[in-house]
Design a protein. Structure first.
Length: 347
């Protein structure tokens, strides 16, 4: 299924996906990759082959979703996958077959969300899920049934969150959540029993059009892709209060145009940014003490056309990007010594 694209000027190897893949999620086991195909209203599922990192479609893929799936989230146990569907105003929920990676709808799914859900995030504990309702300016919060995967909306939900919340990230301990709001700010919350309580000082200023957000493995730094100002916001998290302080030198150039996807390295060393209008992914090395990102040699790395979502496998060996305009997924091997991206070779 891999095809080398050096002939058409696009580096790396790519595998066909559905129409307009917009989001990528990798199972915590590192065995499966899922893509949300926005234009096809489906989810593509792939098996990661070892040791190459090449991907092969799962039997039965693609699987149906709601209309315009924008975002995917896999629970920490790898038992369930969730998709936020922008046009049908709901969340699809699936049980993941642990042997094959195939998806089966959870009983009762889809579950109602607010107006135009943009993203879904599962808490590190796997107990809660949160959905950014972009046109409603709210966050829907749910308790996840540990046995069935069904979603039960929390008391007090939906929670207020600016004018257009697009993406939410939760730091690894599960105490704090941060939301990228397209109106150029970051909303911060303390999490208490699944409930969201605004942190004093929130919201915090961001660049123009923050669209994606991630937190490093240590839980000390937040990074935001500002797609209108072509830069990356970076903040330090106060470990006691959850308040944010911009890092010295921030914002940092994204290495391309229209950064729309961002993901922290599972090993805590790198940061990956999908630059949609540059057809490239930039890799940064994160300073362990200061959190400051520095572009690695050779970056940005060519991808397919208009990369949107980007995600690494849990072992930090491979990187995958969904390319909106070329309707495929780029596959790279991560050179841990340099941070560079090398084409996956399918043996």
């Amino acid at each position: 299924m891999l095809r080398n694209t050096e002939a058409d000027g696009l580096g790396g190897n790519r595998v066909a996906a559905g129409l307009h893949p917009i989001a990528v999620a990798v199972a915590h086991s590192g065995r499966f990759v899922y893509l949300a195909n926005w234009g096809a209203h489906t989810i593509s599922a792939y098996r990661i082959e070892r040791p190459s990192g090449a991907i092969t479609p799962v039997d039965g893929s693609p699987f149906g979703s709601g209309r315009w799936p924008h975002s995917l989230a896999v629970g920490p146990s790898d038992r369930f996958l969730y998709a936020a569907n922008g046009d049908s105003n709901d969340v699809s929920a699936y049980r993941i077959d642990q042997a094959t990676g195939a998806l089966e709808p959870v009983a009762g799914a889809p579950f109602a969300a607010g107006h135009h859900p943009e993203s879904v995030t599962v808490s590190p504990s796997g107990q809660f899920a949160y959905v950014c309702n972009g046109f409603a300016g709210t966050l829907s919060g749910y308790r996840i049934d540990r046995d069935s995967g069904a979603l039960d909306e929390l008391p007090g939900s939906p929670f207020r969150c600016g004018e257009k919340p697009l993406a939410l990230a939760i730091e690894p301990s599960g105490r704090f959540a941060y939301v990228a709001n397209r109106r150029s700010d970051i909303w911060a919350y303390a999490i208490d029993g699944g409930m969201l309580r605004p942190i004093p000082g929130s919201p915090y200023p961001a660049g123009k059009g923050p669209t994606a957000i991630t937190i490093d493995r240590s839980g000390r730094f937040v990074y935001v892709a500002n797609f209108k100002s072509d830069d990356i916001g970076a903040y330090r998290i106060d470990q006691n209060s959850g308040t944010l302080t911009a890092l010295r030198g921030a914002p940092f150039g994204s290495g391309g145009k229209v950064p729309i996807g961002i993901a922290a390295d599972p090993l805590g060393e790198l940061l990956f940014v999908a630059n949609g209008d540059s057809d490239a992914v930039t890799v940064f090395r994160i300073d362990a003490q200061t959190g400051v990102p520095a572009m690695v040699a050779g970056a940005p790395f060519p991808s397919g056309r208009m990369p949107c979502g980007v995600a690494a496998d849990p072992a930090g060996q491979f990187l995958y990007a969904g390319n909106w305009a070329s309707n495929d997924v780029s596959c790279w091997r991560i050179d841990r010594s340099t941070g560079g991206l090398l084409p996956v070779v399918d043996h």
